[in-house]
Structures are given as C-alpha cells and as structure tokens.
Design a protein around this ligand. Structure first.
Ligand SMILES: [Zn+2]
Length: 354
C-alpha cells in the first residue's frame, strides 16, 4: 500500500490549524442589539494525513437538535492521528434560533432559504453569506443535519440530488433505509453548494426540540460511513446496509379540522385505501377517515393531535420495489441501530407518538 501523504496546515479566519491539531474557532455571525457579538462555534479537526475537507453541520434550523448531539458524539470519537483530511464540525449554525428554540432568525427568515446570501442584505442574508463564503465553500463534501419541523417527525432519511454520481455514492454510504431524490430548492445550503459541485446530503431524522436516540445513533453511524467512503476514516469490511430510493413522495393533508387519531407509525407500509387516521370533533361526532391514495411507506408524520384542514399529516414515499421489502429494510435498519448500542441509546423504538 502506498504511504499516505502528510496533510497541510488548514488556514481558517486568520488562524492556522497544523496537521494533527484541533482548534475551536468562533465565526462572528452578527451582533445583538446590545452590541454583544454573536458567533458560530466551529471546530476544525485537521488530520495528520491528507484527504478531503468535510463539513458536518447542524441546526441551520435553530430548533432541530438531534444533529447537535450527532456532531458532539462525532468530534469526541475522532482520532486526529488517524484522520485523513479536515473535518469542520459546526453543531449550531443558526445560533439566534437555537437560543430562542426557534427554526427561524429574529427577522423571521428561514436561514436555509437565504444561501448563498449577500454581504449587504438582511440579517439572514448576511449570516448566510458569512457562513457560505467562509465555511461551506471551503468544503469538498457537506453533511447537513436536520429534523422534522415542530410537531412533525421524520423517519431517518437522506435527501439529496442523486443526479450527481458522487452525491449518490455517499448517500448509499450513509445508508438510511430510505433515500429521497429531492430536487434542489433555491436558497438552501444543499442547492447552493451542489451548484458549486460540492456533494451535499441532507439528513432528516426525528422531530424538532427533542433528542431521539435512534435518530442520533443512525446519524452518527451514517456520518462515519460517509467518512469511510470518502477516505477520511479507515474503511470497514462490513457490508453496507440497503437503502431504497423513493420514486416519489407526497403529503397527505387533513380533510377537515379537528382532533387527530393516528393509526400508523414511521416506517410502516400502507396500502391504497387504508385508513391512516381519524379526524373528529371533540365529542367524537362527525368523524372522518384519512385514507392513503396509493400504497407506500410512511416517512414523516404530524405528532400534534390538533389539526386544521389542509395541514400536512403524513409524508408518504413510493417505490419501484415491493413495499413489503422496503418495510423490511426499515425494520433491519432499526435492529442494526439498537444492536450497535451506542451512547446514549436508552429506548428501543423511534418515538412515533402513536
Ligand atoms: Zn431543517
């Protein structure tokens, strides 16, 4: 085997991180009304050996917390002497939203619609610009960690532009049971970085404002698998688990206002015409059924039992493969995560709030 090349120093915001060194550097994001500076903590872990630059970031939506814990676990396990390349770990991008337990920024903008941003724009746009130009553009790969929005939960899944073969390859390495070939959405970190040719995966798992052990462990394992696939960590001999690519997805919306009782959970197979939930008046009269229009797998759902007509209740994914097979892939996946028995796994099931 050829001897691995030595890494170079990584220059970041005027600081130098030598090969084999790790450093926490504050990226100044904005100022508060009080003139106190608000900064994004960034940890640069510069491997002794040469390799790609990968950013793993979380909480672009400030209330999406599972990824914050994934990043913490990841940086605690990296051995800088064995790492090839540079890991840029950013546990909290939207520091404003994080402080307020909110998805948004104080100007009520969604940071993940503001990339690549502009130096002279609104607060959100400036922050996007700083983060995009100083951090994202430096990367060869990006793993962007998300959860469902508030009162919504997602089956662990990768969303990515699979028309980029390298993005497809790392999505298969991450190996969540379901992968969604998601179109690029203007202004998102994923779209704008993909446009520059940087492969980006969006990992979606669980619900906002929670720590969910299965989602955290699955993300932690997936990130490590990607790092193996791109040569940053030593490859494992273990065969990658299956991931099934969804042909399409759609939301099933509430057809009336009322109280929701859900009959299915994440990862479950549903048949065309199957009743997935009831929506009723408080006393249970005038109940309506919410039925699947097509057979598929539940990959996201509302957890709050109070709904208005038109609310998106179930996110269903549709496959070329037989739905029983896909359901089996999900079951195998959850078993694998439980068997891996990682910190801080305490419960045996994804919290589906059924
Ligand atoms: Zn998000």
């Amino acid at each position: 085997m050829a001897k691995a090349k030595k890494n170079r120093a990584f220059e970041f915001l005027g600081e130098t991180v030598a090969p084999g060194e790790r450093k926490v550097i504050e990226l100044e994001a904005a100022k508060l009304y009080t003139h106190s500076p608000l900064s994004i903590p960034v940890e640069i872990i510069n491997g002794k050996l040469a390799g790609p630059t990968l950013m793993v970031n979380a909480a672009i939506h400030g209330d999406e917390l599972n990824g914050v814990e994934i990043v913490r676990q990841l940086i605690n396990t990296i051995d800088v002497n064995k790492l090839k390349g540079t890991l840029i770990a950013v546990p909290i991008v939207n520091v404003f939203g994080f402080i307020h337990k909110s998805r948004y920024l104080p100007d009520r903008r969604d940071l993940n619609r503001c990339f690549p941003g502009s130096e002279k724009g609104s607060l959100a746009s400036r922050m996007a610009h700083t983060f995009f130009s100083q951090v994202a553009k430096r990367c060869d790969y990006i793993l962007d960690l998300h959860t469902g929005a508030i009162h919504r939960t997602n089956l662990p899944q990768i969303r990515a532009d699979l028309s980029n073969p390298e993005t497809l390859r790392i999505a298969q390495a991450f190996a969540t049971p379901v992968t969604v070939d998601a179109p690029l959405r203007d202004g998102s970190l994923r779209s704008e970085a993909e446009r520059l040719g940087i492969p980006v995966l969006t990992y979606e798992a669980g619900e906002a404002l929670r720590f969910e052990p299965i989602c955290i462990s699955a993300g932690f394992i997936g990130v490590q698998r990607v790092m193996q696939a791109i040569g940053m960590l030593r490859a494992s001999r273990k065969k990658l688990p299956n991931t099934v690519i969804a042909k399409s997805t759609s939301w099933l919306r509430a057809e009336s206002d009322g109280i929701l009782r859900t009959l299915v959970t994440l990862g479950e197979k549903v048949d065309k015409g199957q009743v997935l939930a009831y929506i009723s008046a408080p006393l249970g009269h005038s109940e309506i059924e919410l039925t699947a229009r097509k057979g598929g797998i539940v990959i996201g759902q509302q957890t709050l039992p109070l709904v208005n007509e038109g609310d998106a209740i179930f996110h269903l994914a549709y496959f070329e493969e037989d739905d029983d097979e896909v359901e089996q892939v999900v079951e195998d996946f959850i078993e694998e995560i439980i068997d891996a028995d990682l910190e801080p796994l305490t419960t045996g099931q994804i919290n589906t709030h059924n």
